[in-house]
Design a protein around this ligand. Structure first.
Ligand code: RAM
Length: 344
């Protein structure tokens, strides 16, 4: 019942998002410098996860009576995001939520934004603590790494070659999860698993397909691909299905149910994990406005309410900065994928 209510809520958010364009007029004024405009800059266009994240941000911003500005470069580079942030500074926005293409490279431009009174948070893929006031994290990063290694162990029967198919080599969220995966793999109970390669599909569909094909060619005994990216896991699911390799090479990782339903049903991906990207964007919108209104300053122990999601507390992040956590990731498998594939 609780799930059902949540699904109906999410569906109506998607419907609201579909009927709107990128920038929205709104009423009430507020925020730094009297601006009511709140921007989000995602990693790149053409990523369905990013579209859902931005739609959640937009709905949260609009619900508060402000104006949302949604931006994403064509390619997932820090350089392109730096230019976008420069433009947003010139537009004198009240707040910026950045989904970083690099941990450190955006620091000068985000510092410039902060020095002009613009409140900066990162979400999903963090920028370094000096570049942000807080990070809006989807789930505990260490737990994500551990969970994905446990899945690979389970799907391989505990031994054999495994590979990781990531996004870009600079993506801080993927890199953090991969670090935790490597730490986990170093534990004695995983000594039978051999990580043969970390490949980078750059969150581009075609590159992720060719990287998957490359892994299969180079490692004919490969038993599992962990893709901690929704673009990568969907590409890997397609390759495994097209080649009929279900049962030989298992895919797991982080995927959108809407893109992975077919591959979960046909066995290419026995199970995978994710959180609600719409909720993540929505939570980020309330975190930025809480900073703009002065309810919080981004320090550990502070709390704020994110409307329909409830109350959140700022905690210490593993990188030395602060963060808020949306909640634990959700497991999708054959038993529940039908309930979720039309939701996000
Ligand atoms: C991709 C992006 C995003 C990540 C998800 C899991 O869509 O790289 O940053 O959080 O996968």
């Amino acid at each position: 019942m609780k799930n059902m209510t949540r699904k109906v809520g999410v569906l109506s958010l998607i419907m609201v998002a579909i009927g709107t364009t990128a920038v929205f007029a709104s009423g009430q004024q507020g925020g730094a410098q009297g601006s009511d405009r709140y921007a989000i800059v995602f990693k790149s266009t053409g990523n369905p996860f990013g579209e859902r994240l931005m739609s959640g941000y937009e709905s949260g911003i609009k619900e508060q009576g402000f104006t949302a500005i949604l931006r994403a470069p064509d390619l997932p580079t820090a350089e392109a995001q730096i230019q976008m942030v420069e433009q947003l500074i010139a537009q004198r926005v009240a707040g910026i939520c950045i989904v970083g293409n690099d941990f450190d490279a955006l620091q000068p431009v985000l510092t410039k934004a902060k020095n002009q009174g613009i409140k900066v948070v990162s979400a999903d893929s963090s920028v370094n603590p000096a570049s942000r006031l807080l990070h809006v994290n989807q789930a505990d990063s260490e737990k994500i790494g551990q969970t994905l290694v446990e899945a690979a162990y389970d799907l391989t029967g505990g031994s054999g070659e495994i590979a990781i198919l990531s996004a870009t080599s600079q993506a801080s969220n993927q890199n953090l999860w991969i670090d935790y995966m490597k730490k986990e793999l170093a534990k004695p109970q995983y000594s039978g698993l051999n990580l043969v390669k970390v490949a980078y599909g750059d969150d581009l569909r075609d590159k992720s397909v060719s990287e998957t094909e490359g892994l299969l060619l180079s490692y004919p005994n490969l038993k599992c691909i962990i893709a901690p990216t929704t673009v990568g896991i969907a590409a890997a699911g397609k390759v495994i299905s097209d080649k009929g390799l279900q049962g030989k090479v298992a895919i797991t990782g982080l995927g959108l149910p809407s893109e992975m339903g077919e591959y979960i049903e046909n066995g290419a991906c026995p199970y995978m994990y994710l959180w609600n990207p719409i909720d993540l964007g929505y939570l980020a919108s309330y975190a930025v406005s809480a900073l703009v209104s002065g309810k919080i300053s981004g320090k550990t122990g502070e709390g704020f309410t994110a409307a329909r999601l409830g109350t959140y507390t700022v905690i210490q992040a593993p990188d030395g900065g602060t963060e808020i956590l949306l909640g634990p990731p959700f497991k999708f498998d054959k038993a529940n994928i039908n309930d979720w594939k039309n939701v996000y």
